[in-house]
Design a binder for this molecule. Structure first.
Ligand code: GTP
Ligand code: MG
Length: 395
């Protein structure tokens, strides 16, 4: 009798232990395949049914994926930097590791027009939890193409210096913008990757990211993700839109059916309103840049010379392409990624999101609904429901 009671108790204990083990396993797998829930602002509650159909991404919770699907996808961080950027960049890396990558261990590719120093390589390798790779940019990706009149380019820089146009005097800034527009995605070192996340020195991440953003992009069929959007300084791009129009008029086949021209132009495509995704943060699909449409588009812009004769930034160049060559639904606003690059912040205005994700930002500083933001227009052209309480954060 006593023996049987003991063995019953043992059985119960064993059963309980097994249950706990199963529960732990379930929680762990759920954590690693977490899908963001529909956010109230972008989610199902929209009164307009057409808008509901187009409302982005967010996913209903799904059962834990089988092991094969939980594997990492081909994705990497990409940073263009100088050796002198090491310690401002270290801050960015530390934050991305703490908030995201320590859970996922994605690789990090560093690119430079000069050799990276041992100090740079050693320090960044120590910080990154994935594999680090270092690429030297070929000279032809960081120099003047033969059709550029360098004297004319130098005179433009002098003129822009006098007119105090931001970075207007800088030669290296122009090489940087041309490189980020037409060459970063062509680097050999990136050839085996499908998705990238661009990171710059001195940025901040304000919130935990508990789900695999790369996998999320892939599963939701997104090609370009942003956090902040705003109008470009017109003085840096006087002829950019004209040059884009020449291209699209000759090549209408590249325009996506459901494109976002309306976001770029307030008059049906006649003029550019300057709206662009701020490219210091990008999570995107490299195949978008590798597409024939993008390659031909870049070639056309490059021949026109505006990277040197004006000061075309990679942000409007990427954004115009994304808005014209991708269907709207492939472009995603990462509302939940708290982000800062001087001087703008993306801080989730929804308290529930901020608390759930341990955000340490001030929602009053959030740029999304401010007068100068283009994200307001992004919501409008996509017919998304605005975030809860947005009016309180627009001033
Ligand atoms: N290797 C290399 N990297 C550069 C050079 N100039 C800029 N970069 C990098 O290119 C990216 C963009 O440059 P930034 O100076 O941050 O440009 P920005 O964001 O428009 O301006 P800031 O407001 O100063 O940050 C950063 O990742 C820089 O580290 C350069 O001459 N060589
Ligand atoms: Mg920067």
């Amino acid at each position: 009798m006593i023996t049987s009671t003991r063995s019953n108790a043992r059985l119960v204990r064993f059963g309980l232990f097994a249950l706990i083990l199963i529960a732990c396993g379930y929680i762990l797998t759920r954590g690693s395949s977490f899908q963001p829930q529909p956010l109230p602002s972008q989610g199902a509650a929209n009164r307009n049914p057409a808008a509901n159909q187009q409302a982005p991404p967010a996913q209903p919770a799904q059962p834990a994926a089988p092991p094969a699907q939980q594997q990492k996808i081909k994705a990497t961080f990409v940073t263009l930097a100088r050796n002198s950027d090491l310690y401002t960049l270290s801050d960015s890396i530390r934050m991305i590791e703490d908030r995201f990558n320590k859970k996922f261990h994605y690789d990090w590719v560093f690119l430079n027009d000069d050799e990276f120093s041992e100090e740079f390589k050693e320090a960044t390798t120590a910080l990154v939890s994935g594999t680090t790779k270092y690429g030297l940019i070929p000279k032809e990706h960081w120099s003047y193409p033969e059709w550029i009149d360098q004297e004319k380019a130098a005179l433009v820089r002098e003129d822009m210096r006098e007119r105090k146009i931001i970075y207007g005097h800088s030669e290296s800034y122009r090489h940087m913008c041309r490189f980020e527009s037409g060459f970063f995605w062509r680097q050999d070192i990136l050839k085996d990757y499908e998705y990238y996340w661009r990171v710059e020195p001195d940025i901040k991440l304000y919130c935990d990211i508990d789900y695999d953003v790369f996998k999320w992009m892939k599963q939701n069929n997104k090609d370009y993700g942003f956090t902040i959007s705003l109008p470009e300084y017109k003085e840096t791009i006087p002829t950019l839109w004209q040059t884009v129009k020449e291209f699209t008029e000759k090549n209408p086949q590249y325009l996506a059916k459901n494109n976002m021209l309306e976001w770029l132009s307030n008059d049906g495509g006649n003029t550019y309103n300057g709206c662009h995704f701020w490219s210091n943060f990008e999570i995107g699909n490299l195949n978008f840049f590798r597409s024939e449409a993008y390659q031909k588009y870049f070639e056309h812009l490059d021949k026109a010379g505006g990277f040197f004769y004006e000061r075309w930034g990679d942000a409007p160049v990427h954004s115009i392409a994304a808005a014209l060559f991708l269907p709207k639904e492939k472009i995603h606003f990462f509302e939940d990624v708290g982000y800062y690059h001087v001087p703008f912040h993306n801080c989730p205005i929804d308290k529930d999101i901020r608390f759930e994700r341990n955000c340490n930002c001030n929602p009053k500083e959030d740029f999304t609904w401010k007068a100068y933001s283009c994200t307001t227009k992004y919501y409008k052209v996509n017919q998304f429901k605005r975030q809860k309480g947005w009016e309180k954060f627009s001033g």
